[in-house]
Design a protein around this ligand. Structure first.
Ligand code: NAG
Ligand code: NAG
Ligand code: NAG
Ligand code: NAG
Ligand code: NAG
Ligand code: FE2
Length: 455
């Protein structure tokens, strides 16, 4: 009997080994993630009366020749003009923005400015100035190269950042990584909603904290559950109110009627942003848009097809388990049909990468409800490990499912570096002892131009 048990255990062990997935042995120091205090250096207001703060930029059109510049003036409306040009000393162009504000329970926002700079030249460094008189502030950004199939471009990936000391380490590590040219942000920004009455002051502190990156390179926004800010108990019934006032995206240029789902082209990538917290069932606006969107992607022009969403479709942690399942049932057949290269998500505060797998054969009666290896399917990556105050998701389902290639409960960020139409180098960095350590990496082979199996 004992021998039988042993034999069975050995078999089980072998099965686990056969699955090939890795659960990292790395154990991160388990101190809890603590929010930086309001007086922290990263939250400091810029000097000068009514100085613009929380400056951030994002792509402003479908092709990458436009930028939306946003900022907040705290005391009075001031100017919504952006002065810009390709030389620091000659800001010979200007654009007029708009101003908005909102109230949330007892909070009143500052003056929120959004200004679209259009007809920019590709592959240039632009300088821009916002604000007035001695409180004016100068920043710069680089436009992407013209859209084309072999244009190298490097994206950073950050999710669920929040505003803890760990968040600051994640952002510092991303900045110390010389490659990143734009950030694909997979949702959950400030976590203001975890404060009493969704204290919107924490939206402002977050905006000031990330300015050191968001003012200089576009962050491509995805909405997460912490952007919903639905609080009927204090009379706040309009979902996404703070987010939509503060963060604009170019949804109209991809024919989307909503800022929560849209697409952009950037260099050799086509990026589709989806909304986990807006209706996505059959006949909904998001679903209709997505069905029309995929056939428009021309892989000869943009070989790399990337999808962003907040809630992961494949996740083997004991957190938010199967929350992505309804969207998986709806959209996974499209992802496989249109050969999406990779899907990035957040939400689970840890890291995980899947093999190329799909679970699209199931039709309710055929019993084929197991994810199987599928070279037309995307790789699913969860990078909800920015460092927010809810802490790490460290409990995992056991054994590791065979679709999961690598998982680790550490804070960090990732880099997706496109080299040409066939190759992209992907790297996930964990935060460790003051350094960013390469902990998981993979050469991605494009699903249309090089559809081999990645090792
Ligand atoms: C945040 O990180 C920056 C850059 O490393 C550092 O200068 C700053 O002191 C840090 N602030 C806090 C509150 O940790
Ligand atoms: C797809 O892009 C290629 C390269 O830019 C172009 O030659 C071709 O005409 C495009 N196809 C369609 C259907 O637009
Ligand atoms: C489901 O799959 C089974 C087995 O392949 C097949 O016999 C059946 O017709 C399918 N049902 C539907 C509704 O497609
Ligand atoms: C996982 O294992 C099951 C059962 O052995 C198998 O049917 C399935 O194809 C495997 N999936 C992957 C992705 O290897
Ligand atoms: C594409 O990039 C990969 C990785 O850098 C390289 O090995 C390959 O030769 C490149 N392909 C072409 C056609 O240049
Ligand atoms: Fe989330």
């Amino acid at each position: 009997m004992a021998r039988l048990v042993l034999a069975v255990m050995l078999l089980l062990n072998a099965a686990i080994l056969c699955s090939g997935g890795i659960t990292s042995e790395f154990v991160r120091l388990q101190e809890s993630a603590v929010d930086m205090p309001l007086h922290a250096d990263v939250f400091r207001m810029p000097p000068g009366y009514n100085a613009p703060q929380q400056v951030h930029i994002t792509q402003g059109d479908h092709e990458g020749r436009s930028i939306i510049v946003s900022w907040i003036t705290p005391s009075e409306k001031g100017s919504s003009t952006v002065f810009y040009g390709t030389s620091e000393n000659k800001l010979d162009q200007h654009a007029e923005g708009t101003v908005t504000m909102y109230k949330f329970y007892t909070y009143t926002s500052g003056y929120i400015h959004h200004c679209v700079l259009t007809d920019l030249k590709y592959d240039r460094k632009y300088f821009y100035k916002v604000g007035e008189g001695s409180a004016a502030r100068l920043f710069w950004f680089k436009t992407p190269p013209e859209v084309g199939p072999d244009v190298p471009y490097t994206f950073g990936l950050i999710g669920d950042l929040g505003q803890t000391f760990d968040s600051n380490v994640t952002l510092t590590h991303y900045e110390s990584n010389p490659g990143g040219q734009a950030v694909l942000y997979v949702g959950d920004l400030s976590y203001a909603d975890v404060y009493p009455d969704h204290d919107n002051v924490r939206w402002d502190t977050w905006g000031r904290f990330v300015e050191r990156s968001t003012a200089y390179q576009p962050w491509i926004w995805t909405t997460g559950n912490h952007e919903i800010d639905y609080a009927p108990e204090i009379g706040e019934y309009v979902p996404f109110k703070p987010f939509t006032h503060r963060y604009h995206v170019p949804h109209k240029s991809s024919g989307s009627g909503s800022p929560f789902w849209y697409s952009i082209k950037r260099a050799s990538a086509y990026i589709i942003v989806l909304a986990s917290y807006s209706a996505f069932g059959k006949y909904t606006p998001q679903s209709e848009w997505l069905e029309q969107e995929f056939p428009k992607v021309n892989r000869s022009e943009t070989p790399w097809l990337i999808v962003l969403m907040h809630s992961p479709l494949y996740n083997s942690y004991n957190y938010h388990y199967m929350e992505g399942e309804t969207m998986r049932v709806m959209y996974e057949p499209l992802f496989v049909t249109y050969k999406v290269d990779v899907i990035f998500a957040g939400h689970v505060h840890a890291y995980e990468r899947s093999y190329r797998i799909s679970n699209v054969a199931y039709n309710i009666t055929d019993g084929k409800c197991t994810p199987t290896s599928d070279l037309s399917a995307p790789v699913y990556i969860t990078v909800g490990d920015g460092g927010n105050q809810e802490g790490l998701a460290s409990s995992m389902t056991e054994p590791q499912p065979n679709y999961s290639a690598y998982r680790e409960a550490s804070f960090g960020h990732a880099i997706f570096g496109i080299k040409n139409r066939t190759h992209a180098y992907y790297n996930w960095y964990r935060n460790q002892d003051g350094n960013a350590v390469e902990a998981d990496s993979l050469w991605f082979f494009n699903r249309v131009w090089n559809p081999r199996e990645e090792s």
